[in-house]
Design a protein around this ligand. Structure first.
Ligand SMILES: [Zn+2]
Length: 296
């Protein structure tokens, strides 16, 4: 984000702060506080890029969130959504991909403070130590986590989630075999790797194009309890809890503050994800967001 846009956003956050404050207090009284899930990829002070945030910046995010929000896991987030019981705004930290340097600073910081976090990994990259194509294209094949690191992360109390095997773009996948290989089978293998249940899935890229019905169905059928998107969205009471909406843990602090102080424009502009999961009486049907149900 350039300096001008960052300054403009800063001004907007400042100018609308009183309105946001009133709205947030009202939402608290209604037990309808929003639940925020920022996602990160890599926390490190070397090789900066669009998916890396420095250790100092990350600590600033953690300090900011710790002083203002309930810090909760995804299971508690889903409970608040389903039971319409969200008395305070909350934050759940999440990471995608599985970069080795996250073990140097970010994850120990969260673990030492007892802050819940979910860590999504692409298991073939991890097992075979293959750097991600986007890093290779940039000429910097950054290290991915090892299996030993993954087990250490799990032992720290950080939840491990699935991010497919090969960081697959589901907008380009149509055959059931690949879906099974990348989700159902990968989930079982990840469970064997860490010795515990895998409850959540995060879509690589996480845009509406990737959130296909066939892939969402596979997440549900495999016994996982929810999936995460990454197009930028809020979790609010009464929405479908199977879809956990996330936004980028931005290096631009003004943008992060804008998300975390609840910007209703974001909800109005949010794309609809239509899907139906399950069969028969247990089927759950989700459609377009009912804006009347949202506290905006
Ligand atoms: Zn990813």
């Amino acid at each position: 984000m350039n300096l001008f846009r960052s300054a403009a956003l800063n001004a907007r956050v400042l100018l609308t702060a009183p309105v946001r404050e009133v709205r947030n207090r009202w939402m608290q009284k209604q037990l309808a506080s929003p639940m925020f899930v920022p996602f990160y990829h890599r926390v490190a002070d070397t090789h900066p890029n669009d998916w890396t945030i420095s250790c100092h910046q990350f600590e600033r995010h953690v300090n900011y969130c710790e002083s203002r929000f309930d810090l909760i896991g995804l299971d508690e987030l889903q409970r608040r959504v389903e039971q319409k019981d969200s008395p305070r705004p909350s934050v759940t930290f999440s990471f995608d991909d599985g970069y080795a340097e996250n073990c140097d600073f970010a994850l120990p910081l969260l673990a030492e403070r007892g802050i819940p976090c979910i860590y999504f990994v692409a298991i073939d990259h991890l097992q075979r130590q293959i750097p991600f194509p986007h890093d290779c294209e940039a000429g910097v094949p950054l290290a991915v986590n090892t299996l030993t690191q993954l087990r250490e992360i799990a032992a720290m109390g950080i939840e491990i989630g699935l991010h497919t095997r090969n960081h697959v773009d589901f907008s380009k996948v149509t055959d059931q075999r690949t879906v099974h290989h990348e989700i159902t089978n990968a989930k079982q293998e990840l469970e064997q790797m860490i010795g515990s249940r895998v409850r959540y899935f995060a879509f690589p890229y996480g845009l509406p194009a990737q959130l296909t019905r066939v892939a969402i169905d596979a997440v549900y059928e495999s016994g996982m309890e929810g999936f995460c998107s990454a197009f930028g969205g809020y979790n609010t009471v009464g929405r479908d809890s199977f879809h956990i909406r996330r936004f980028h843990g931005d290096t631009c602090f003004a943008r992060l503050q804008n998300w975390l102080s609840f910007d209703p424009e974001k909800l109005r502009r949010e794309p609809a994800i239509d899907y139906r999961i399950g069969h028969g009486a247990s089927a759950r049907e989700f459609g377009r967001v009912n804006s009347e149900a949202l506290p905006v």
